[in-house]
Structure formats: structure tokens, C-alpha cells
Ligand binder design. Structure first.
Ligand code: ATP
Length: 254
């Protein structure tokens, strides 16, 4: 679904952010991207979102070489993506309902559909009763769940989350990743950048470690799994990273 082929990114000021990244993410995968500050994690996500373009190499998303995508086609590509940011990026002039509805209006959904869909998605994230509140009246965890609802509302194929738990407490961090896990169980591809090693260990999904712009390890590649366990001290001794889908998986119908 997402293929990076020998992708490098050097910013105009000469900073080398990524070097020769080759990586495939399949439809329906859940991938954590981890690494020290400056390792290139956000750059990696920006390349997927086409916020930045690579200096060299090729990025193929759903069989389209997005490095050659015309600017006018970018919004159509992004419609398949739901994006969650660390700082929520909600609009405080609008209530919670309208913040989520905004994403549907932007793609021209009729208001009858919006009226049904927004409460449904807010219920999924446990916030139906806060629909009329402004974002500033909510806790950090609640605001992040609104931003998750906004990312989900157009039923994207891919959810991209850049430090989604960076501004919420540990309990809520767990809930946010749990929600992403449930969304993933419905078939949505989920890519999460995080610094929270405890969460990464707990959820036991694919982990790509970036280090100074290169892939240091990828648990999909069994030969380097030991490298990951060294980095994160995973001494669980458990056998395999088999995805463990919850029984109560959330179905997000269109
Ligand atoms: N717009 C930019 N112009 C120039 N250099 C940049 C730009 N954005 C990022 N960089 C540099 O590219 C490198 C990778 O940055 P990136 O933001 O991808 O790292 P990161 O792993 O997400 O870091 P953090 O965990 O601190 O958010 C860093 O050296 C950073 O300073």
C-alpha cells in the first residue's frame, strides 16, 4: 500500500533528514515509528502526506507514484488519509460537532449524511455528550479524541498520527492507542510516530526504529528483531508479534 524505495530527503538548508529509506507498509498494518529527536520520523510522515517531496527515490501509495503527483491531485490523495497531530489542531471558534463536521463539509458531504455520521463517530471515541462544547472546554485527552474522530469521519484508508499521545496523560495515552488499535482492526492502516516506549512494548505491533535518518531496525524483518529488543529492553521472551485483534473491534461503516 505504501512503498518507499531508496528515499532520501535533504531540506533546502542542507539538513539531511532521511537517507535511502526502503520500506513497505501493507494495507491493514499497524506500524509504530520510533527514534530519537531529529531521527527523521516527522519527515517520514510528511513524505507520506505529500507535505514534503523526497530529494531522491520513489514513494508509491496505492500503486500511484506520488513523487510525480501533480499539485492539483494532492487533495484527492489526502482524502484517503486521516491525520492526527500532537497538538490536536482543533478550531476553538467551532464546537466539537462542527470541528468533526468540517472535515466532511470540506469534501462536499451532504448535511443529512453529516448529521448522522458525526454523532456516530463521536460516540465511537466516547464524546457524544460533548458535541456542543468548545475544544477549550475539554481535557487534552478529550481534545485528542475529537481530533481522532475528525481523522476517522471520512473513513480513510490510512490513519497517520504524529505523537498523538504527546500532550495527554499516560492513562489517556493508552486509550488513544487502544482506539487506534480498534480502528486498525476494521482494516484501516495505522502509522503512529511516538516516543512512548512503554506503549510500543504494550501493544506489540510492528516497530520501525529510525536513527539519524536511516532505518535501524524493523520488527517485520525477523533478522533485526534482536536489534529492537536491545534498544528497548524487551525481555518478555514471547514468541512472535502476532497481531491480537480485539473481539470488540469497532466497525466504521461509511
Ligand atoms: N523544514 C525543515 N527545514 C530544515 N530542516 C528540517 C526541517 N524539518 C526538519 N528538519 C531537520 O530534519 C531532521 C529530521 O527532523 P524530523 O522533524 O523529521 O525529526 P523527528 O524524528 O520527527 O524529531 P522529533 O522527535 O524531535 O519531532 C532534523 O535534523 C531537523 O532539524
Amino acid at each position: 500500500m505504501i512503498d518507499f524505495i531508496n528515499v532520501s530527503k535533504t531540506y533546502p538548508n542542507g539538513t539531511h533528514a532521511l537517507y535511502g529509506i526502503t520500506l513497505s507498509i501493507d494495507k491493514g498494518e499497524f506500524v509504530f515509528i520510533v527514534g530519537a529527536s531529529g531521527a527523521g520520523k516527522s519527515t517520514f510522515l510528511k513524505l507520506i502526506m505529500h507535505e514534503e517531496i523526497p530529494t531522491s527515490g520513489k514513494i508509491v501509495i496505492n500503486d500511484t507514484d506520488v513523487t510525480k503527483l501533480k499539485r492539483s491531485k494532492v487533495p484527492y490523495m489526502r482524502r484517503h488519509m486521516g491525520i492526527v497531530f500532537q497538538d490536536f489542531r482543533l478550531i476553538d471558534k467551532m464546537n466539537v460537532f462542527d470541528n468533526v463536521a468540517f472535515a466532511m463539509r470540506a469534501v462536499g458531504k451532504p448535511s443529512a449524511v453529516i448529521k448522522k455520521r458525526v454523532p456516530y463517530v463521536l460516540e465511537l471515541v466516547g464524546l457524544k455528550d460533548k458535541m456542543k462544547n468548545r475544544p477549550s472546554e475539554l481535557s487534552g485527552g478529550e481534545q485528542q479524541r475529537v481530533s481522532l474522530a475528525r481523522a476517522l469521519v471520512n473513513n480513510p484508508e490510512i490513519i497517520i498520527a504524529d505523537e498523538p499521545t504527546g500532550n495527554v496523560d499516560p492513562e489517556m495515552s493508552h486509550e488513544i492507542i487502544e482506539l487506534l488499535n480498534e480502528i486498525n482492526a476494521t482494516g484501516t492502516t495505522v502509522i503512529v510516530v511516538t516516543h512512548e516506549h512503554d506503549l510500543v512494548r504494550e501493544f506489540d505491533r510492528r516497530v520501525v526504529v529510525l536513527d539519524h535518518g536511516k532505518i535501524k531496525s524493523d520488527t517485520k524483518d525477523l533478522f533485526v528483531k534482536d536489534d529492537y529488543t536491545d534498544d528497548y529492553g524487551d525481555d518478555s521472551g514471547e514468541e512472535e508479534n502476532t497481531p491480537d485483534y480485539p473481539d470488540n473491534a469497532v466497525v466504521v461503516p461509511e
